[in-house]
Design a binder for this molecule. Sequence first.
Ligand code: NAP
Length: 366
Amino acid sequence: MALQASGVTLISLFHQRRPLVVRAVASDSVSTITGEREKVKLGGSDLRVTRLGIGAWAWGDTTYWNDFQWDDRKLKAAKEAFNSSIDGGINFFDTAEVYGAGITGAVNSETLIGSFIKQRQRTGEVDVAIATKFAALPWRFGRGSVISALKASLSRLGLSSVDLYQLHWPGIWGNEGYIDGLGDAVEMGLVKAVGVSNYSEKRLREAHKRLMARGIPLASNQVNYSLIYRIPEENGVKAACDDLGVTLIAYSPIAQGILTGKYTPENPPTGPRGRIYTKEFLTKLQPLLSTIKEIGQKYGKTSTQLALNWLICQENVVPIPGAKNAEQATEFVGALGWKLKDHEVEELRALASKTRSVIGFPVEKL
Ligand SMILES: NC(=O)c1ccc[n+]([C@@H]2O[C@H](COP(=O)([O-])OP(=O)(O)OC[C@H]3O[C@@H](n4cnc5c(N)ncnc54)[C@H](OP(=O)(O)O)[C@@H]3O)[C@@H](O)[C@H]2O)c1
């Protein structure tokens, strides 16, 4: 997203403690500048994003997160998470039109991000990459619905374009129209890159082919992927992403907090997460969680950082952990700039394989 004026080169200046960035929109060849983290290309698109993004589902949400309540304290914490991410060099944010939408007391996550960007702009230029998603609701038909929904998202975000626009889940009536809508969005200049989410191998290959026929690369497939949810390795999605040159964006990469090690059989998560990650499941997970902690200690890293680094080590994967506050966002930054050894990656996979994945969202059957 070009929040900054289109220019020719990248110039990074420090403004107070924040990097002030003036960036050329078509500056594909320059990937790292002072104060910024390493960037990777999303699939075959020209879009470069930080090696890790920040998920914004919890911002404003009252259906799954936040004990079903949103208040000023949580708003302040979310804004601090946004600012700390940027301060730490992570500027890729993932949201969706349905996050925080349509429920009394909730606030739309896109609206919140739009206001965080505006507030931050008051202290200087802001260079962020925003990904949002189209909800393939059963009453939405065809390519026109994608463009209308995208325009509404842009209005909430206060932007003229987004970096990545994704189909949040497959449509029940078919996907051709939606895929064509993604292509239209690129051609209209409303998005830099397009992706899908929760797409099976077959749907992924179909979407890739349909867009390629128009010369548009499918940049990404966003799916549930973590050390304890390795279904993409088993159902062909990871292999297909690698084969097609589509980046796998890993959602719920720390298994909704479970891989941080803070939840135990004695202290399981509350709310909807408690029904997924039960006391029994957490008990079975203890050997893995202990090993994660032990290996982490060798590197001076936390369990959260280790779990995220494990995903980064899979290559062609960009994890997007959700941060509710500055501390969580800052911890994610420590997942970058180092790598687990191959034998540690495999040791963790082998140990994790001893526990069956729990189904948080039964999307792989979609
Ligand atoms: N495309 C899709 O269908 C889909 C589905 C799900 C998610 N997503 C995307 O992926 C993003 C991330 O997934 P997610 O939010 O489901 O799960 P996640 O990133 O695995 O877990 C996030 C949660 O873990 C806890 N946490 C985060 N950092 C922590 C830290 N450093 N220490 C301890 N606890 C920490 C926080 O909850 P507590 O503090 O309450 O424990 C936080 O809300 C979402 O925000 C969204 O953008 C997409």
